[in-house]
Write a new protein. Structure first.
Length: 448
């Protein structure tokens, strides 16, 4: 993942000439000191750059235009040190296409979240998603309007036949495979039989070929589908897990919306404890003493959420009709997390966030995959009901690093609908919220 310190947020102070030169000198000095303090604060992961104080409509407009054209600037933090008439900001803010934050009393904590989200938003505007193969047949929720997504959320989706990937995989050198196998041995637990297997060599070949393809095309996220694997000997499992750990977004079965979402959540969480992964509601535990959701997938769960050192294992996989694939197997540490889905409703996109509590996952010898067990808030019965009402998908972005505040900011920057399912979720109120949102989004774009 890229270091966020190469990005900038500009600290902009509004005032006016009315107060005289001595006051303006003090305003500039105070603003310089505040910007410097924010820049040195370890909780704020980007550079905070002081900009000269704004005293006229023209200077504000010029600064907003400069911010639009800056590749490093991800947003503005605005502070009205003295009275800065709102009228002076009209033209500049109408032109501004970067997020901006008005300085908040809860200063550092609020800024720390906002700059991470602004960095992810900036990343999304330049994101390319590679789609190997098409959508899983007979599944709708993993599809959507890619043009509408680009207009609203910034990223672009590029489709490729699986043969394009296979070509890169077949060109991987034996020396590169040998080097990667040594890396597997140092990073993970694995038996001698697994280490010496042709299966693991093939998994390494797929990883190297896939990463070469993604790097060459400057892609930040990608999808695969088990229904389109012609030319590959196994479903990419270990490869996908490790590429996610390097910062790529991923979605299974052609799910490009979730791939882009996972990438954005990973950018938000750079340097934070915990991890972020592609996830699926795999099955449900309906014991009345403690109803839970088991999150997993066939293979593709990111090891950044692992509780301990993962093990590389090889087991049969009936889906896909290929050879037994290699995968990382691990559990996830208990604690707070979020589960996030983005769906296409036709007239808009909706982001659904469920706050969850990860609990200890028992051993499951008959399910040798990476997995996480959680309690949805407020509980499985109400949480699942709200998720279904909102149209939540089975694929999600899962994170133990960030919370719902990040996603609420992110949805706001993108201009998409946001709904939260948490501890205080009341089904009657939630149902009404969805109805009111339907009316709002119908009239907000104009009635035709």
């Amino acid at each position: 993942m890229d270091n966020l310190k190469k990005l900038e947020v500009w600290f902009v102070t509004g005032t006016q000439h009315l107060y005289g030169p001595e006051t303006l000198k003090q305003v500039a000095a105070d603003s310089t000191n505040i910007a410097a303090a924010f820049d040195k604060n370890p909780k704020i992961p980007v550079k905070v750059v002081f900009k000269p104080i704004m005293t006229t409509p023209d200077s504000i407009t010029e600064l907003c235009t400069e911010a639009n054209n800056s590749k490093q600037c991800v947003g503005l933090i605005c502070w009205m040190h003295t009275f800065s008439p709102a009228k002076m900001w009209i033209k500049g803010l109408n032109l501004l296409n970067k997020p901006f934050l008005h300085l908040d009393p809860d200063v550092v904590a609020r800024i720390a979240v906002w700059v991470r989200v602004a960095s992810a938003y900036n990343d999304a505007l330049n994101m390319k998603v590679a789609r190997f193969g098409d959508n899983m047949r007979d599944v709708a929720v993993t599809e959507g309007n890619k043009v509408s997504a680009q207009i609203k959320m910034g990223y672009s989706v590029y489709g490729y036949g699986i043969g394009d990937l296979v070509k890169c995989v077949n060109e991987v050198s034996p020396s590169a495979i040998k080097k990667l196998l040594a890396e597997y041995g140092s990073e993970y637990k694995l038996t001698k039989a697994v280490a010496a297997s042709d299966t693991l060599k093939e998994a390494a070949r797929i990883e190297l070929g896939m990463e070469e393809f993604l790097d060459a095309g400057s892609f930040k996220a990608f999808t695969t589908t088990f229904e389109d694997l012609y030319g590959l000997k196994q479903l990419p499992g270990l490869a996908v897990q490790r590429l996610m750990a390097k910062g790529y977004g991923f979605g299974a079965e052609g799910d490009w919306k979730t791939a882009a979402l996972v990438r954005s959540m990973k950018v938000m969480s750079i340097g934070l404890k915990g991890g972020t992964s592609f996830m699926e509601d795999y099955t449900y535990h309906f014991d009345p003493k403690g109803m839970r959701v088991l999150g997993a997938h066939m293979l593709e769960v990111c090891p950044t959420i692992a509780l301990a050192k993962p093990s590389v294992e090889i087991h049969p996989l009936s889906i896909g009709g290929k050879e037994d694939p290699a995968r990382l197997v691990f559990k996830t540490a208990p604690g707070n997390a979020i589960n996030v889905s983005v769906i296409d409703l036709g007239n808009r996109f909706r982001m659904i966030v469920n706050e969850v509590e990860v609990v200890k996952c028992p051993d499951m010898p008959n399910l040798p995959v990476a997995s996480v067990l959680w309690k949805p808030l407020p509980d499985l019965k109400r949480g699942a009901a709200a998720w279904i009402m909102a149209g939540g998908a089975h694929h999600t972005g899962f994170s133990t690093s960030i919370n719902s505040e990040y996603l609420e900011d992110f949805a706001g920057m993108m201009g998409v609908e946001y709904v939260l399912i948490g501890e205080k979720c009341d089904l009657a109120s939630f149902k009404n919220e969805l109805k009111w949102n339907e009316v709002y989004y119908h009239i907000s774009e104009g009635i035709f």
